[in-house]
Each structure stands twice: as structure tokens, then as C-alpha cells.
Design a protein around this ligand. Structure first.
Ligand SMILES: *[C@@H]1O[C@H](CO)[C@@H](O)[C@H](O)[C@H]1NC(C)=O
Ligand SMILES: *[C@@H]1O[C@H](CO)[C@@H](O)[C@H](O)[C@H]1NC(C)=O
Ligand SMILES: *[C@@H]1O[C@H](CO)[C@@H](O)[C@H](O)[C@H]1NC(C)=O
Length: 544
């Protein structure tokens, strides 16, 4: 290894050069050096054994310097700045465990760096910065589990790296090394993974960066709105995205818009009322309607007036039909617009309204006396269906009858009593439903030719919402919880199930709604007893 050395030309020449560099005034030229205690020196070589720090006073023209069993405790920034002629630096059997950024700065001629059989656990990302001439680097026989990203960048002469004898943990943090091993021309002796279990004993040199799945996601709290809420809906109107939030205690539909400059959601407008339980937006041919359901004081339909830029009340919803509204669903069948109001009063009846070009009129009453809590529109095999959840019986599935243009009772969901709400999602042609139970097991079910069948059960301890959400290629289901933290599940494609993924602290959540603006994804979490929370969906690459 020392074969590549050039002999020092003249000790005196180096001395004068370094004197001139260090003492520009020339006031105190030192022509002699004294070998520090604990080292043995010649003009161009020093071996230190009994020193805890990099000693000062070494021959400034040193070409090689070794620390062997020296008890040296650490290597820090610019430790060798005073030895610019070094070509070889060796550390063996010392006790230090960390190499910090810029440790070797100034060593423009260093070609060989051996840091072997120490206890190195951690190397900073820029530890080797400035080593323009480095040919051979050894970090063999240390305690390295990982190496920081791009550790070997900026080492244009590097031809050999020895990393043997470390306990590499082959996870996303080493993905870069696997890619580097494949692409670089540097020779690297075979190295093996010590962990994790699935990779133990694998040869890093022949792994593929694709072996590592390093992309994960997170819901991160982004903004908090200082009020309670029930339904939250996102909608697009005249090319802008909006959110409308039902505030039960303030009695308001609060509309928010995205502030493209401040990057927050801000108030856009309000519809004021009393005990507002749902504000359902419906855009028909560029006209915005809002169905406002209230527990007291009646329910109404508003329209956005383009001239005055205000919401104006255009119609009442019949009081004798809608007594205690709990949920509103909008949908389109055969090109016509409808909405359905789930009525949870004993005497009320869930009713479907139809748009006739001027207003909405009642089209069909379903299901009197059952105290419905939720209505969900979905298509199964391209056929329109409604699922009604009730306090008093199993969820009932209605199917659209083309002839009468009415929904007719089709079947129910077996063995599921006390379902508060049903929400569906589709994966290609497969139809899934998330069924919420307050106490007991909430369920994920899948449509199989003529009925829904169990896929997964998830225990509910105070749940009023079990909401499936698709964000880009990620699929989630969030189970709200009134007594504990809400659970976010993420669909694991490999396992084919939802797996527990994150917890959210929302007080008494009632809905989770996704909105995409400016290439950002947000989830609004309503809260019946606390603040409304907005989370941002973040994609994280663990390998960088
Ligand atoms: C490694 O260093 C320890 C002291 O830190 C020493 O006892 C041991 O002999 C060294 N092993 C090798 C292979 O150099
Ligand atoms: C490796 O060497 C080849 C042939 O000399 C060269 O074309 C290529 O750019 C080199 N790759 C790197 C990453 O330096
Ligand atoms: C909506 O109501 C809230 C609460 O009173 C108020 O702070 C906000 O300014 C209102 N928004 C608009 C656009 O009037």
C-alpha cells in the first residue's frame, strides 16, 4: 500500500513553505520540530501511541502519520489542517467512535486513509470533504451499521474502499450505498448485511436498490380551525377548490378557500342558521347549490348568486318529511341530479329529492319509521344502489328500477346490527364497504356477486365514522374514536389488508374528508367536541 508514495523532496523546503503559510509575518520561523510526547517521529513519518488528542508540534512536512492503540478519543473538524503534506493517515486499534464533518479538511495530497479496527459507529455526511487525491479508504473492522447518504461524493480519485468487518443494517438508509456499489468504478471488497432478518447474510454488492421499499406517507397536522364541526365536504366550483364545514353549535355552514399565497385555508363565506348538521354542496352546470340540514328551524336549499356573490335561500325542504336530518347524499342517475336526506326521527322518512331545472322536489320516500342515520349512493355492476343505515335494523340495500325510476328494496347486509354508517370505495371493479359501529366490530366487506361478505373486522370503541379515502395511489380507512385516538389504516397491497398505520388525536371525530389543492393533499377531520383539524398528506423517502 505504501508503494504509491513519493519521497519527500526536501524537509527544509516543506518547513519553509509551511512556516511561510502559517507565519506570514515571518516573525517566528521554526526550523526545528520536536516530536510530541507519545509519538515517535522521523522527518516524514510519525507513529503515535500514547496520545488522546491529535498532537500539535508534529513535523510539518510529515508524509505519513499513524495512530495505533493510541487512546485517541475523537477526530474533529480540521484536526490535520497543520499537516498539509500528508499522503497517508492510519488509525488502528484506537477507541474513537465518531468522525465529524470536515475532519480531514486541508489534506489535499492524502491518498491513503485507513481507519481500521476502531469502534466507529457514526460518520458525518461530509466527513471526507476535500480529499481530492484520496485513492484508498478503509473503514474495515468498525461498528458501522450504516453510512450517511453520498458519503463518497467529491472523492474523484477513489479507487478502493474497504468496508469489511462492520455490522451493516441493510435498510433504507443504505439504499444509496447499494446504488453506488452498482454504478461506481471503485473496487469494494464483498460486504454482507448483519440485519434486518430478511436480509441477514445478503451480499450488499449484489443487491438491487429496488430491494428496498423506502417510500412511506404520513398525515401531519397542518392547520387547526377553532370550532366544532360535523359534516365536511370538498367541492370544485368555477375552477377553484372549496371546503364547506357544518358547525352545529354556531349554526353555520362555513365555506373555506385555499389561499395560494399564504398556503392556508381561509374563510370564503358563511351561511348562518341554527343547529346545522350537514351542508351539502351540489354543482349543477356551473351553478352552486347548498343543501343545509338543521335539527331545528327547518332545512333549506341555497344557491350561490353569481351577481351579488352571495348565497341566497331558494327553497325550503318539507318539514313533515325531514324532521331530524342526519346525513345528506347527492348523486346523479341517468343524467338527473338527486339528493337524499337520511331522517333519524321516529316519525320521519328518508326522502329522495330530484332537480327539475328550477328547484328540487320530492321524488320518493323510502323507509319510514326506521330512524335512519346514513345514506350512501354507490354503483354495483353499473347499477345505482343506495344503502341505508338505521338505528333499528340491518343496513338495507336499495336498487334502482329503470322502469319506475324508483329505488326498490333489494337485500340487506347480513349479521350487521347497529350500523351507524356505510361508506364505499372501489378498487377497479370491486366494490368494498366500510361499516361503522359505535361499539363492537366495525367491518370491511366486499361485494361478491349477490351480497357483501366479510373481509376484515376492526374493533370500535366509540366510533361514529369509518371513512375510506384514496389519496393518489394510497388507500386509507380512518376509524374515528370518541374515547381514544382515531386509527388510520393503510392498505397494504402485498398483504391484501388494511394495516394500522397512524393515530390521530381528534376529539369526537364525525367525518374525514380529502381535498387536493396546488398539488397538495389534505385531510379535514371534523370534531364534535373540539377543534377541527387539517392534516397534510406527506410522502417521505426514507432513503434520503
Ligand atoms: C483491535 O483493537 C483492539 C483494541 O482496541 C485490540 O485489542 C485488537 O487486537 C485489535 N485487533 C486487530 C485485528 O487489530
Ligand atoms: C466508470 O468507467 C467507465 C469507463 O472508463 C466510464 O465510462 C464511467 O463514466 C465510469 N463511471 C463512473 C461512475 O465514474
Ligand atoms: C364567517 O364567519 C366567521 C365567524 O363569525 C367570521 O370570522 C368570518 O369572517 C366569516 N367569513 C366571511 C367571509 O364573512
Amino acid at each position: 500500500m505504501a508503494g504509491g508514495f513519493r519521497l519527500p523532496v526536501s524537509v527544509l523546503f516543506f518547513l519553509c513553505l509551511s512556516c511561510a503559510l502559517q507565519q506570514p509575518s515571518g516573525a517566528w520561523p521554526r526550523l526545528k520540530w520536536k516530536c510530541p510526547v507519545g509519538c515517535t517521529c522521523t522527518n516524514d513519518h510519525a507513529l503515535c501511541q500514547g496520545t488522546a488528542l491529535v498532537p500539535l508540534g508534529l513535523p510539518p512536512g510529515l508524509v505519513s502519520l499513524s495512530f495505533v492503540q493510541s487512546g485517541i478519543g475523537k477526530i474533529e473538524e480540521r484536526n490535520f489542517f497543520h499537516l498539509p503534506r500528508l499522503q497517508l493517515l492510519l488509525f488502528n486499534s484506537n477507541t474513537f467512535n465518531i468522525i465529524r464533518d470536515n475532519a480531514f479538511v486541508g489534506l489535499l495530497h492524502l491518498e491513503y486513509l485507513f481507519i481500521e479496527n476502531n469502534s466507529i459507529k457514526s460518520i458525518s455526511r461530509k466527513a471526507f470533504r476535500g480529499l481530492k487525491s484520496l485513492i484508498y479508504l478503509s473503514l474495515a473492522n468498525n461498528d458501522l451499521e450504516t453510512l450517511p447518504v453520498d458519503l463518497f461524493q467529491g472523492l474523484p480519485a477513489l479507487a478502493n474502499v474497504d468496508l469489511r468487518g462492520n455490522a451493516f443494517h441493510c435498510d433504507c438508509r443504505l439504499k444509496w450505498l447499494v446504488a453506488w456499489l452498482r454504478n461506481s468504478n471503485t473496487t469494494v471488497e464483498p460486504i454482507y448485511c448483519k440485519g434486518p432478518d430478511e436480509y441477514r447474510g445478503r451480499k450488499l454488492n449484489s443487491m438491487n436498490p429496488r430491494d428496498f421499499d423506502c417510500i412511506t406517507t404520513e398525515l401531519r397536522l397542518y392547520q387547526t380551525l377553532p370550532y366544532e364541526s360535523l359534516s365536511i365536504d370538498a367541492f370544485a366550483y368555477l375552477n377553484e377548490e372549496y371546503v364547506v364545514i357544518a358547525q352545529p353549535f354556531a349554526g353555520r355552514c362555513a365555506f373555506l378557500e385555499w389561499d395560494h399565497v399564504e398556503m392556508v385555508f381561509r374563510s370564503y363565506d358563511n351561511i348562518t342558521g341554527v343547529s346545522t348538521v350537514a351542508c351539502k354542496p351540489l354543482v349543477i352546470r356551473d351553478k352552486l347549490f347548498v343543501i343545509v340540514a338543521q335539527l331545528f328551524g327547518g332545512s333549506y336549499i341555497y344557491k350561490r348568486d353569481a351577481d351579488s356573490q352571495k348565497f341566497v335561500k331558494i327553497q325550503d325542504i318539507e318539514n313533515h318529511k325531514v324532521r331530524k336530518p342526519n346525513d345528506i347524499e347527492t348523486f346523479q342517475v341517468e343524467g338527473e341530479w338527486y339528493f337524499a336526506v337520511a331522517d333519524s326521527s321516529k316519525a320521519g322518512s328518508t326522502t329522495i329529492y330530484k332537480w327539475n331545472g328550477y328547484g328540487f322536489y320530492s321524488h320518493q320516500s323510502l323507509h319510514a319509521w326506521y330512524r335512519d342515520t346514513d345514506v350512501e349512493y354507490l354503483e354495483i355492476g353499473n347499477k345505482p344502489h343506495l344503502i341505508l343505515s338505521s338505528s333499528s335494523q340491518r343496513p338495507v340495500i336499495y336498487q334502482w328500477d329503470k322502469g319506475t325510476k324508483r329505488f326498490v328494496r333489494h337485500t340487506d347486509i347480513p349479521e350487521m346490527e347497529d350500523v351507524y354508517a356505510v361508506k364505499h370505495f372501489k378498487v377497479k371493479e370491486d366494490v368494498f364497504v366500510c361499516l361503522t359501529r359505535f361499539i363492537g366490530d366495525s367491518k370491511l366487506m366486499k361485494w361478491a356477486s349477490s351480497m357483501f361478505q366479510d373481509i376484515e373486522r376492526i374493533p370500535s370503541r366509540g366510533s361514529m365514522v369509518f371513512q375510506p379515502l384514496g389519496i393518489n395511489e394510497y388507500r386509507y380507512a380512518i376509524l374515528g374514536n370518541d374515547y381514544s385516538l382515531s386509527q388510520v389504516y393503510r392498505y397494504d397491497v402485498a398483504k391484501g389488508t388494511f394495516v394500522s398505520f397512524q393515530e390521530l388525536n381528534v376529539q369526537a371525530p364525525r367525518s374525514f374528508t380529502h381535498i387536493a389543492v396546488d398539488n397538495r393533499d389534505f385531510i379535514f377531520a371534523s370534531s364534535f367536541k373540539g377543534k377541527t383539524q387539517i392534516y397534510r398528506h406527506i410522502i417521505i423517502d426514507l432513503s434520503t
